[in-house]
Design a protein around this ligand. Structure first.
Ligand code: 13P
Length: 249
C-alpha cells in the first residue's frame, strides 16, 4: 500500500529552543490517521526530537548520512549512529547536497546501499534543473538520476524507499511545478519503475512532490493521482502551515 506522507525538511534551521517550541506546537495538532508525518531536524536536535515525539504520530528523519560505517571521516555521521538514537529514516540525494557538496550519483548509490544494510527508510530526492526543463530534457534527466542510484536495488530493498521528486527550479524559489507538471512527472516515474521492475512495485512506492509547497497551493498538487504527499522545506518551519499541508489530502 502506498502511504500518504508529509515530511518536513527543516534544513539548517532551528536551534535547541526553537526545535522544542516547533515540536510542542506540532504535537498539539490532531493528525489524520492515514497520513504519515515525518520531520527532519538537524543532527544536533535529532535525539531531543526523538524524545519529544515518543508516542506521537510524528517520526524523525535525518537530513543526510555518510555511506561508511565508521572511520576517519571528520564531521560525518553514519547510519549506525543514527540508528543508535532511534532514527530510522534518512533523506538522501537532496539537491542542496548534490550541488553544494558535490554528491554524485555514485556517492548517493553508496549511501542508499549503506542505509538499506542498516535497515533504514530512505527518502530519496531527485529533480531536474531549470535548463533541463527549458530544453525539454526533464524526463531523460530523471530517468538517469534514478537509473544510476536506485535501479540496481533489489525489489525487496524498495520496501524501504520513498521517492521525492523535487525540481531544482522550484526549491525555495516560490515557483512551484504546476499540479499537471507534478502529476505528469510522477506518472512517468511510475512508468520507468514498472519497466525496470513491475507494476506492483511501481504502484506501491510513495512518490512525494517537493518545491515551494505551501497551504495555498498544496490541495491542487495533492489532487494528482500519482502524488502521494510532499517534502516540505520553508513551510515546514511554521507549525500552522505544515499542519495545513498535512491536512490537505
Ligand atoms: P521549499 O519547500 O522551501 O521550496 O523546499 C523544498 C525542499 O527542498 C524540501 O526538501
Amino acid at each position: 500500500m502506498k502511504n500518504k506522507i508529509v515530511a518536513g525538511n527543516w534544513k539548517m534551521n532551528n536551534d535547541k529552543e526553537q526545535t522544542k517550541s516547533l515540536l510542542n506546537k506540532l504535537n498539539s495538532y490532531k493528525i489524520p490517521d492515514d497520513v504519515r508525518v515525518i520531520v527532519a531536524p538537524s543532527y544536533t536536535h535529532l535525539d531531543q526530537s526523538i524524545q519529544m515525539l515518543k508516542g506521537t504520530q510524528i517520526s524523525v528523519a535525518a537530513q543526510n548520512m555518510n555511506a561508511a560505517s565508521s572511520g576517519a571521516f571528520t564531521g560525518e555521521v553514519s547510519a549506525a549512529m543514527l540508528k543508535s538514537i532511534g532514527v530510522n529514516s534518512v533523506i538522501i540525494g537532496h539537491s542542496e547536497r548534490r550541488s553544494l557538496y558535490h554528491e554524485s550519483d555514485e556517492i548517493l548509490n553508496n549511501k542508499v546501499k549503506s542505509a538499506i544494510e542498516s535497515d533504514m527508510e530512505i527518502i530519496f530526492c531527485f529533480g531536474e534543473e531549470l535548463d533541463d526543463r527549458k530544453s525539454g530534457r526533464q524526463f531523460e534527466i530523471i530517468n538517469k538520476q534514478l537509473s544510476s542510484t536506485l535501479f540496481n536495488m533489489s525489489e525487496l530493498d524498495w520496501k524501504k524507499i520513498v521517492l521525492a521528486y523535487e525540481p531544482v527550479w522550484a526549491i525555495g524559489t516560490g515557483e512551484t511545478a504546476s499540479p499537471s507538471q507534478a502529476q505528469e512527472m510522477h506518472a512517468y516515474i511510475r512508468k520507468i519503475i514498472s519497466n525496470r521492475y513491475n507494476d506492483n512495485l511501481a504502484n506501491n512506492v510513495s512518490i512525494l512532490y517537493g518545491g515551494s509547497v505551501k497551504p495555498s497551493n498544496v490541495k491542487e498538487i495533492f489532487k494528482g493521482s500519482d502524488v502521494n504527499g510532499g517534502l516540505i522545506g520553508g513551510a515546514s518551519l511554521n507549525a500552522d502551515d505544515f499542519m495545513a499541508i498535512v491536512n490537505a489530502f
